[in-house]
Design a protein around this ligand. Structure first.
Ligand code: H79
Length: 455
């Protein structure tokens, strides 16, 4: 079946450019991974989980279904406050949130009639956190999207990818646990939940749950599928057809490969090289430390410098940054995440003009930093995010032949002198950087960029 046919029902409703407009301008969003796995936080029966994000603990540590379900009975996030979460995202400069409505453990973070394995029916908390988040997002003008694991469900035999994945790579040498796991998965499922086959699982769980997500929570900005493993064209078509319920929705490329490309490519934990950019919309999703779901022992926090420079780098290549938070089991964000969000927010308060609604730079690569661009007839504005401040006070735009109308720093707004030389345009900057992480020079040029060394 051709891509065109598969995409048809969808694209007829709104043009792709119309649907993508806000997303292309947003540039920065928050990913949230939260579920029963937060309760375990990377440790099962005093054993640290080996390999994988903490959201994978059921699979990696071979936790039997019945036992994993017990952890839901302890899930009681009394500190959860949807308005606080949205405000933290907004203050960081993020324009959208994508939250795990259901991860690979099959646990629905919303009230679902398709499976009682959900936050309302299986936890003492009993509240539909997606409802509360949707209301908070609406109130604060934040776009909300849902991550949905359409094919893997380790709590249901029909989510058969789970069995396949679990049978591979026995990294944990505890044979008693492996035996318990195997026993559990040979006839000890909860009969009320059981689906007989993968197709049955799609019909009885994934399709009805996606329908719920696209019906009960107002406008849904993004459907973030994960992962395509084990998907069939038939299953993918059923799920994709549901997207008509939200004509403006944007989806990623993880429904099924290769026939369902979706709207956005999704490099995970990496920023593409120039050679990998192909003109399609893309979004790098990334953790602030080494895990998606909360993990107590994970202290591999990226520095504020790395996070802010990543945002500049991604924007300079025309992509979006979907930066993850893994809330704690009590519903609070980890302190390090809060502090990093605040640091990014402080930078964005001064410099967001260099990020929002910009396009990829015509100047790549640059030795001292990154560049984004806005164009209008007869005029181009470049935003130069300077990571390495020039010691001699001369910032060179190599090969650029345009004359400058104006140059100024976004921090403090001081006007800067410019001169055209045979090597390119030189901007004279103050002796010290206003921001040692990234200082932005706004440069307005006459005409379109004329560059002797186009990339
Ligand atoms: O939700 C996050 C991950 O849990 C999810 N995608 C992001 C956004 C994801 N699901 N699958 N994968 C990522 C790729 C799977 C890689 C695997 Fe493994 C290698 C599965 C088993 C071996 C990584 C390492 C996970 C467990 C060990």
């Amino acid at each position: 079946v051709s891509c065109a046919i598969l995409q048809q029902g969808f694209s007829q409703q709104q043009s792709k450019d119309e649907r993508m407009k806000w997303w292309r301008e947003a540039r920065f969003g928050m990913f949230i991974h939260w579920g029963v796995y937060a309760q375990l936080a990377g440790v099962y029966k005093d054993h640290e989980q080996l390999r994988g994000g903490a959201e994978w603990i059921m699979n990696r540590s071979k936790i039997p279904v019945a036992e994993y379900r017990e952890y839901a009975k302890q899930f009681n996030p009394v500190k959860f406050n949807a308005n606080d979460w949205v405000k933290m995202a907004k203050d960081a400069g993020m324009k959208y949130i994508v939250i795990t409505a259901k991860h690979h453990d099959g646990f629905a973070m919303f009230k679902s009639a398709a499976s009682s394995w959900n936050i309302v029916d299986a936890t003492p908390y009993g509240r539909d956190i997606l409802k509360e988040l949707a209301a908070a997002c609406k109130k604060q003008g934040m776009k909300l999207g849902f991550y949905y694991s359409q094919a893997q469900d380790w709590n249901n035999p029909g989510g058969s990818a789970a069995r396949k994945v679990m049978s591979e790579g026995w990294l944990n040498p505890d044979s008693a646990r492996i035996d318990a796991y195997t026993k559990e998965h040979n006839g000890h499922w909860d009969p009320a939940q059981e689906t007989a086959s993968f197709a049955d699982y799609i019909d009885k769980v994934s399709v009805p749950q996606v329908k719920e997500l696209l019906t009960n929570y107002g406008d849904v900005a993004v459907l973030w599928w994960d992962t395509p493993t084990n998907m069939t064209d038939d299953a993918a078509l059923k799920l994709q057809n549901l997207l008509k319920l939200q004509p403006q929705i944007i989806t990623n490329d993880r429904l099924k490969r290769p026939n369902f490309p979706g709207d956005t490519k999704t490099p995970e934990q990496k920023i593409p090289n120039l050679s990998e950019l192909d003109g399609l919309d893309w979004e790098t999703c990334m953790t602030m430390n080494g895990t998606w779901g909360f993990r107590t022992s994970d202290n591999k926090w990226k520095s504020k410098e790395t996070l802010i420079r990543n945002l500049c780098d991604i924007a300079s290549k025309g992509g979006n940054y979907l930066l993850n938070v893994g809330p704690k089991p009590d519903g609070a964000f980890p302190q390090q995440s809060i502090e990093s969000l605040q640091a990014i927010g402080n930078w964005m308060k001064v410099n967001s003009e260099a990020i929002y609604a910009t396009k990829a730079s015509p100047l790549l690569p640059l030795a001292w930093g990154r560049c984004t661009m806005k164009e209008k007839p007869g005029q181009t504005t470049l935003y130069l995010s300077v990571f390495d401040w020039p010691a001699d006070g001369k910032l060179l735009l190599p090969g650029v032949k345009n004359t400058a109308q104006q140059a100024n720093l976004l921090a403090g707004n001081a006007t800067l002198k410019t001169e055209s030389t045979k090597d390119g345009l030189i901007i004279t900057v103050p002796a010290t950087a206003p921001d040692t992480i990234a200082s932005v020079v706004k440069l307005v040029l006459n005409g379109q960029v004329e560059n002797q060394n186009p990339w």
